[in-house]
Design a protein around this ligand. Structure first.
Ligand SMILES: [Zn+2]
Length: 239
């Protein structure tokens, strides 16, 4: 299990302290642990502030490094930063919570439309998934009704960890063909959406999700676009 991502440990945490581990000149800062989610898997990064003892930095971007750690890009990098120095990370919670709601809504959309997902993008007001499906969706009201009834169905999310070998034995878990699950650490993070009795969705995912599906609120299906021969893009937004 990977422990340096505080946004996995508790996606509802709005601030946390950690020590500065690496300074990458003219690029950004890496902390021992990050509350800031780095742009990845179609989910945009968190924004916010980092408070050192005597000054604060504004976070303008967060990237995922090759090791999987978050590279936090501040508005500027002061000369007097010291490795090992503790700082408080404060995320823009309004933005993060919208991403969490949207992200979880897209999982449920992939349940309602059971075709392979080839791409997607999460936003704070609208999001989309691309499906590999040859036929047009003729009644989007049915999709919207099914999605909203799932949202209202007292479902909750939980994270599980399995090994890469276990995942290789169960390739059907990977729904998103364009985003391969994070590999290399030996452990794969899965997100399960379930009711007390039934499992609704299970797939590898590194994003942040809300605890209870009802937190998503009502979702409206927007435009459904044909993007290529076998590709349908389904747009959603908050009501
Ligand atoms: Zn997810």
């Amino acid at each position: 299990m990977i422990t340096h991502n505080l946004f996995w440990e508790d996606p509802y945490k709005k601030q946390a302290s950690s020590c500065l581990e690496t300074i990458i000149e003219e690029e950004g800062l890496i902390f021992e642990k990050s509350l800031f989610y780095p742009t990845s898997g179609g989910q945009p990064c968190d924004l916010g502030m980092i408070e050192f003892e005597n000054f604060s930095l504004k976070v303008v971007n967060v990237k995922k490094t090759a090791t999987g750690k978050a590279l936090i890009v501040p508005d500027f990098i002061p000369d007097n930063l010291k490795l090992g120095e503790p700082a408080k990370q404060i995320i823009d919670w309004d933005l993060r919570y919208k991403h969490m709601r949207m992200h979880t809504a897209l999982h449920l959309l992939s349940v309602v439309i059971p075709f392979p997902v080839t791409g997607g993008q999460i936003g704070s007001t609208k999001s989309r998934l691309d499906f590999n499906m040859p036929d047009a969706i003729t009644d989007k009201q049915i999709i919207e009704d099914k999605l909203n009834s799932l949202i209202a169905n007292d479902l909750f999310t939980e994270q599980l960890w399995i090994t890469e070998e276990e995942l290789e034995k169960k390739p059907e878990l990977v729904k998103t063909m364009s985003v391969s699950p994070p590999k290399g650490s030996g452990d794969i993070r899965l997100i399960c959406i379930r009711s007390e009795i039934d499992q609704v969705d299970l797939q590898p995912c590194g994003g942040t999700h809300i605890k209870n599906a009802s937190e998503i609120g009502k979702i409206v299906i927007g435009k459904i676009e044909k993007k290529g021969k076998n590709n349908r893009r389904v747009n959603i937004h908050f009501d």
